[in-house]
Design a protein around this ligand. Structure first.
Ligand code: A3P
Length: 318
C-alpha cells in the first residue's frame, strides 16, 4: 500500500497543479474537478473514495448538495435503520451529532485513511457524500446499495450556504458580502456546484432507476414529514410494520429528528465535531422561504431564472 499510496499522492499533486482554481466564499481554495468545485485539500479523499470504495448491497448512501438537509437526513436514516437496535431514549443521537454518526466517505473516511476499515462498520452501513452522480464510484452505481438524494430550493440553499460560509471562514478574514457570494452562486461557483448540474444528474438517475435512487426535496420533507419518513423506511429496506404504525412510531421518529428537537439537544447546542466544528453550526433556522429575508427581488428573479433555464425540459421545478 505504501508505494501505491505514494504514487497516488504524486498523481494527485500533479493533477491539482493543472486544475482550475477559485476561492471559496470562506476563503479556502477550490479546484474544478470532473466539472464540479471541490476543496483542494480534500481532493485526495475524493479520489481515494472514487478508486477504492467498495459498496455493499446493504449500504445506504446519502448524497446531498451542501446545505440542503444533510444533517436532517443523516439523523432520519440513522434512526430509521437502527430503530430495532436503539430505542429513541437510548439513541446515539442524544450524545453524538448526526455528522459524527454518519460520516462522509470522501471528506471524512478516505481523507483520514487511504484504506479505511469499512468492512468493520455495523450493517447497514450508512455513508454520506456530496459527490455528483457522474463522479460516484462504479461500485455504488453497480451494486444493489440504495442512494438517497436530497436537494432544496436554490434560493434557500444560497442563503443557508452564505450564512454557513461566513461562520466557517478562514481566520482573520473579512466575511464575504451577500452580493459577492450571490455573484459566485449565479456562476455555479460554490463547493460541489454548479447546483443545477448536481440536482439534474440525480434527478435523471432517479427517473431511470427509481428503486435505486430516491430523490427528495427539503420543502416536501418539511411539508409532509411523516409521509416521507415512511417512504424513506420503505426505500432503504426497513419498512414500518403495521404494529409500529399503530403505535405511532413514524410520528415519534419524525418528531425526534425535527429541527426543534435536534437543535435543542445539548450535544447539538454545545457539542463539537471531532474536526473542531461546533455542532450548532448545522442548525440555523430550518425554514422554507427564509431567502425572502435576504434577497432583493432582482436577486431572486435572477437566480430563479438561471435555475429555470438550466432545469427546463427536465420536469423538475422548485
Ligand atoms: P438553514 O440554514 O436554512 O436553517 P445541511 O445539513 O445539508 O448542511 O443543511 C443545513 C440546513 O438544514 C440548515 O438550513 C439547517 O438549519 C437545516 N437543518 C438542520 N437540521 C434540520 C432538521 N432536523 N430539520 C430541518 N432542517 C434542518
Amino acid at each position: 500500500l505504501g508505494e501505491k499510496e505514494e504514487e497516488l499522492s504524486n498523481e494527485i499533486e500533479q493533477l491539482l497543479a493543472m486544475l482550475p482554481k477559485a476561492k471559496n466564499w470562506n476563503g479556502v481554495e477550490l479546484c474544478q474537478y470532473q466539472g464540479f468545485w471541490c476543496q483542494s485539500k480534500y481532493l485526495c479523499g475524493m479520489i481515494r473514495f472514487q478508486r477504492h470504495f467498495e459498496a455493499q448491497d446493504s449500504d445506504i448512501i446519502l448524497t446531498t448538495f451542501p446545505k440542503c438537509g444533510t444533517t436532517w437526513l443523516k439523523a432520519l436514516i440513522f434512526t430509521i435503520a437502527n430503530r430495532s437496535k436503539y430505542s429513541l431514549k437510548n439513541s446515539p443521537l442524544l450524545s453524538q451529532g448526526p455528522h459524527e454518526l454518519v460520516l462522509y466517505l470522501d471528506y471524512d473516511l478516505f481523507m483520514r485513511d487511504p484504506l479505511p476499515a469499512l468492512e468493520d462498520f455495523p450493517k447497514p452501513r450508512i455513508f454520506a457524500t456530496h459527490t455528483p452522480y457522474p463522479s460516484l464510484p462504479n461500485s455504488i452505481k453497480n451494486s444493489n446499495c440504495r442512494i438517497v438524494y436530497i436537494c432544496r430550493n436554490p434560493l434557500d440553499q444560497f442563503v443557508s450556504h452564505w450564512k454557513f460560509m461566513v461562520r466557517v471562514r478562514v481566520r482573520n478574514t473579512e466575511p464575504i458580502s451577500i452580493d459577492e457570494a450571490f455573484e459566485m452562486a449565479c456562476q455555479g461557483r460554490q463547493e460541489f456546484g454548479p447546483i443545477w448540474e448536481q440536482v439534474l444528474a440525480y434527478w435523471k438517475a432517479s427517473k431511470e432507476e427509481p428503486h435505486k435512487v430516491l430523490f427528495l426535496k427539503y420543502e416536501d420533507l418539511k411539508e409532509n414529514n411523516k409521509f416521507y419518513v415512511k417512504k424513506l423506511a420503505d426505500f432503504i429496506g426497513y419498512p414500518f410494520t403495521e404494529d409500529e404504525e399503530k403505535q405511532g412510531k413514524i410520528e415519534e421518529i419524525s418528531k425526534f429528528c425535527s429541527f426543534d428537537n435536534m437543535s435543542n439537544l445539548e450535544v447539538n447546542k454545545n457539542g463539537a465535531h471531532p474536526t473542531g466544528l461546533k455542532n450548532d453550526i448545522f442548525f440555523r433556522k430550518g425554514l422554507v422561504g427564509d431567502w425572502k429575508n435576504y434577497l432583493t427581488t432582482s436577486m431572486s428573479e435572477r437566480l430563479g431564472k438561471i435555475i429555470e433555464e438550466k432545469l427546463s425540459g427536465s420536469g423538475l421545478t422548485f
